[in-house]
Design a binder for this molecule. Sequence first.
Ligand code: NAI
Ligand SMILES: C[N+](C)(C)CC(=O)CC(=O)[O-]
Length: 378
Amino acid sequence: MPQAASAPDPYPAPRPATRERTGPRHDPEDTTGMTATPEPAPAPGPGPESGAGSPAPAPCPPESVRRVACVGAGVIGGGWVAHFLARGYDVTAWDPAPDAEEKLRRLVDAAWPALRQLGLHPSASPDRLTVLPTLEEAVADAEFVQESAPEKLELKRSLLARIDAAAPGGAVIASSTSGYPMTDMQGEAADPGRLLVGHPFNPPYLIPLVEVVGGELTRPGAVEWASRFYEAAGKSVITMDKELPGFIANRLQEALWREALHMVANGEATVQEIDDSITEGPGLRWAFMGPCLTFALAGGEGGMAHMLDHFGPSLKSPWTRLEAPELDASLRDAMVEGCDAAAAGRSAAQLVAERDQGVIDVLRATGRLPRSADGERP
Ligand SMILES: NC(=O)C1=CN([C@@H]2O[C@H](COP(=O)(O)OP(=O)(O)OC[C@H]3O[C@@H](n4cnc5c(N)ncnc54)[C@H](O)[C@@H]3O)[C@@H](O)[C@H]2O)C=CC1
Ligand SMILES: C[N+](C)(C)CC(=O)CC(=O)[O-]
């Protein structure tokens, strides 16, 4: 990742990124991962110059963060709020929708039973959430900001510049974007060096993965800082050193999704068949073993080498159509009707509860639940 022009880097020296599946590391003595209250951040000292030429304070250590701001509080912003609250952070939020606070608190309440099963931080409470009337108030004291506004490039560009103008100089600012490279979003900010992507998975309070990647103007230390922060906040982090639209997981998901849409558009498979083909098939393996290693086993004792020699030539057969199908009204209706049929009368709230319990069951079955405060698995 190229470093920002000549701006010095006020962030800690990089250390190798790790995959973290346990609780927060607020307290080094904490063997459970859930017992410590986040330490107050040290007052930011004078720092090196920011991209704009004004002094940029150094951020607090990522493990010391206690105040997080969430901008945009829909499906994903709300999910982030629930996650950070469950981890004992103080969370401020802003969303311009008139009913945003009511919806957000409803989302947090609906998520809380699942979060309790995962094991709450001793300081965790929905009461640590403050919804503020302006963006500027929401980010004013933040040590980290997570932006989760609608996926519109121009909106993100100006919103990130606004957040950058209002947030304390040491705060790192992450976007939840599903696919835009940060290079395309950071240009209007006065200090683009602290802007990066932190791409979550729905719901962010249950799915561990966050993909972290900076843009051309992002300071490498900010990427390293964010990776450490997410790990301390209990996430499993993949830190990418190259920008790639859609990052890693969405490129994979979109390939599958594109084929699903082709099959529905051509009347080749129903929505139900497509979903069953994954949940009753490869999806069971993918929860604990990725597609590459899974396919290596398809080669028997010959492993991936035999698998490629055996099945490789078939990759040239027209299995993949590459181009996305036209998302016209009839395909849209077929997908919507198929999903309604698959839901079989279950409401969105019922499906969310089912999904949350399913993810917890998978995490439990594969030994990936964080430890609770008493050190026992919940
Ligand atoms: N829905 C998903 O499964 C995932 C979405 N994402 C990303 O998360 C971001 C948010 O997506 P969702 O939560 O799904 O959308 P959403 O539509 O559920 O929520 C967006 C929220 O942003 C608010 N908003 C509108 N204008 C705004 C502005 N100018 N500033 C701040 N907030 C504003 C809306 O009132 C709404 O509450 C997008 O960038 C999306 O690509 C990432 C991973 C998964
Ligand atoms: C549908 N989506 C592209 C917004 C999904 C994601 O970005 C990640 C997820 O939760 O699967």
